[in-house]
Every structure is written in structure tokens, then in C-alpha cells.
Design a protein around this ligand. Structure first.
Ligand SMILES: [Zn+2]
Length: 150
């Protein structure tokens, strides 16, 4: 199978991915031996393919680090908090003082981090709660997620 340079350059991406039929692959390889221009093109295409696969790796690594579920859960909780705020406002403070589980410093630290994240999102702008009280709520939530905090 005789090939001209234009055809070979079209095949190169498939050649790198190993998607060509053995016959075509053989023809491309033969052409590379006799055509420095196409051989050089292949080298550059391979470098590009390497960069792309590295970028793919970085992307999947970032997806592992992301915690969208946690953030969504906190957001949902904040929404619930705001909806029930008026009804519970009269009684919640007394009740919570008696029933609030003892939270460890770790839980408080996590809650503080979540508070910082949420403040960056501007979630608290319309809430009447002080940050300290939010922290108490968040600690209870975090305790509920990670098991009893005692
Ligand atoms: Zn060529």
C-alpha cells in the first residue's frame, strides 16, 4: 500500500493509539523510514499525546480531591437551618444546650474549616446567626456524619 505524506499525517493519531489495521500500520512505518518529514511529525505528535495524557491524569487527580458531596450536604443543611430558624428560635437555644453532644476538638476544627469555606461562598451573608453559633451547629452536623463525638 503506497502512501503519500498527507495520508500518513492523517493516520498518525490512530497510529500512536494503535488503532490502525496491521497492514496500514506497516505502511505507515515503512513510510516513516523513508520520509524524515513524516518521522519528525510523528515525534511531535507523540509528545503532544504524552502531554494530553498527563493533563488527563491531573484532571482525574483533582476529581479525587474534590468533595462535592460534603459541600452539597452542608449547603442542604444550611438551607434547612434557615427555613426552620424562625420556628425553632424561641426554644432551640435551651434545648440545644442540654442535648448537644460533647464535640471533640477535631470536630470543632472541621466545623471551623467548613465555616470558612461557606463564608467564602457567601452563604452566611443573609443569615442572622453569628459565626460562633453556626460553628456549634456545624459541629453537631459533623458529629452526625462521622459518628458520635465523644
Ligand atoms: Zn512523508
Amino acid at each position: 500500500m503506497a502512501m503519500n505524506c498527507a495520508t500518513v499525517k492523517e493516520w498518525i493519531p490512530l497510529y500512536i493509539d494503535g488503532l490502525l489495521s496491521p497492514e496500514v500500520e506497516q505502511s505507515v512505518r515503512l513510510h516513516m523510514m523513508t520520509c524524515p518529514d513524516c518521522a519528525h511529525w510523528l515525534d511531535e505528535a507523540r509528545e503532544m499525546a504524552e502531554i494530553w495524557s498527563e493533563m488527563d491524569r491531573d484532571r482525574s487527580l483533582q476529581n479525587d480531591i474534590d468533595v462535592p458531596d460534603l459541600t452539597a450536604g452542608v449547603m442542604a443543611y444550611i438551607g434547612k437551618l434557615e427555613n426552620g430558624r424562625r420556628e425553632r428560635a424561641a426554644t432551640v437555644t435551651m434545648a440545644r444546650r442540654r442535648t448537644m453532644p460533647r464535640t471533640s476538638w477535631v470536630h470543632y476544627g472541621v466545623a471551623a474549616c467548613l465555616t470558612v469555606i461557606l463564608v467564602q461562598f457567601g452563604v452566611f451573608e443573609n443569615l442572622a446567626y453569628g459565626i460562633t453559633e453556626i460553628n456549634g451547629h456545624m459541629s453537631n452536623t459533623v458529629s452526625a456524619w462521622f459518628g458520635p463525638g465523644r
